[in-house]
Design a protein around this ligand. Structure first.
Ligand SMILES: Cc1ncc(COP(=O)(O)O)c(C=O)c1O
Length: 335
């Protein structure tokens, strides 16, 4: 048996998802004429309580468009020290937006409003202008942790008081919503711009949606074009996202339950990991690369994200039997 716990991005479209993709109504989306993309954008804007939306190829591009739309070159973006645009977007904020990043250490990826307030520097000719606060929910490197609606609001209040714009990287906002039961729109309300991904827990092959004020969308659309993200008959892809919204959202609770079962099994074996909020477990171990390699040899695929950290992620293509198998392999390699 192979159990792939590397990421929730490794899922493959189901037969039913492929069928709706094959039958999707399409048009040229750069002309705004793809009915399925238009339906996806309207649906996501409505679910997240925002005026307008834009379908883009990836979460990375969504983050970069958001940053470009809400800053000017020379500005500063405040974000948590393990946030995706800092760690994993190839220096995009510097190249695409000409901004500097100011990092705030959080607890398990979750920022404290007081720490953000302290990071906002007063106006001074020497300083970059703090222009944008970016929050990641759930926080990937934090351990799939949820920033509560109240904390989102408190963080946004600090930013607004400082005259800053606000962005939510909601690549896995779906998981925060299902884990807490709080409405997606409540998580989104404190932020100017929000992006969500369909290619992670929701199991679609491609795509993210950026939502925000209608007045910002022409600029977002232009930046998408500049970055090469204008796609033509993209309805084939958007159809998968619509399908995922209808069929794969509530079932994230299964991923969370499996992550918890995995965590219980691993902690019973003596492994050290924070109890998961959602679908991720980060094991702290002195020999992460060696452990990941040994697990891989026995059919459990996972990633050593640091010398002392192994990440495990549950998703659509992991069932109960695979979770039990994985726990067994962890026991075996522990010796
Ligand atoms: C929190 C977060 N934001 C953004 C992204 C980028 O998404 P993509 O891989 O679609 O570019 C990821 C990818 O895993 C992520 O974890």
């Amino acid at each position: 048996m192979i159990v792939d716990l590397r990421s929730d991005t490794v899922t493959r479209p189901t037969a039913a998802m492929r069928a709706v993709m094959a039958n999707a109504d399409v048009g040229d989306d750069v002309f705004g004429e793809d009915p399925t993309v238009n339906r996806l954008e309207a649906t996501v804007a409505e679910r997240l309580g925002k005026e307008a939306a834009l379908y883009v190829p990836s979460g990375t591009q969504a983050n970069q468009i958001a940053i470009r739309c809400l800053t000017e070159p020379g500005d500063e973006v405040i974000l948590e020290q393990s946030a995706h645009p800092f760690l994993y977007e190839a220096g995009g904020p510097a190249v695409i937006s000409g901004v500097t990043l100011r990092l705030v250490p959080g607890v398990d990826g979750v920022m404290d409003p007081a720490a953000v307030r302290a990071a906002v520097r007063p106006p001074n000719v020497h300083h970059t202008v703090p222009r944008l606060l970016s929050v990641e929910n759930t926080a990937n490197r934090g351990g799939g942790t949820v920033t509560s609606v109240a904390r989102c609001q408190a963080l946004s209040d600090v930013a607004r008081a400082a005259g800053m714009n606000t962005h939510l990287d909601g690549a896995r906002l779906w998981n925060a919503h299902v884990a807490t039961g709080d409405p997606l729109a409540d998580f989104a309300a404190p932020f100017d711009i929000v992006n969500v991904c369909f290619s992670k827990g929701l199991g679609a092959p491609v795509g993210s949606v950026l939502v925000g004020p209608a007045a910002l969308m022409p600029k977002a659309r232009r930046v998408r074009k500049m970055l090469g993200g204008g796609m033509r008959q993209a309805g084939i892809l958007a159809a998968a996202c619509l399908y995922a919204l209808d069929h794969h959202l509530a079932r994230l609770a299964d991923d969370h339950a499996r992550a918890l079962r995995l965590w219980e099994g691993l902690t019973a074996l003596g492994y050290s990991a924070r109890r998961p909020d959602t679908n991720m477990i980060y094991i702290t171990t002195p020999d992460a690369h060696a452990l990941a390699a040994r697990l891989g040899e026995h059919g459990v695929r996972c990633i050593a994200l640091a010398a002392d950290q192994v990440r495990l992620v549950t998703h659509l293509d992991v069932d109960d039997a695979q979770v039990e198998f994985a726990v067994g392999v962890f026991e075996w390699v522990r010796g």
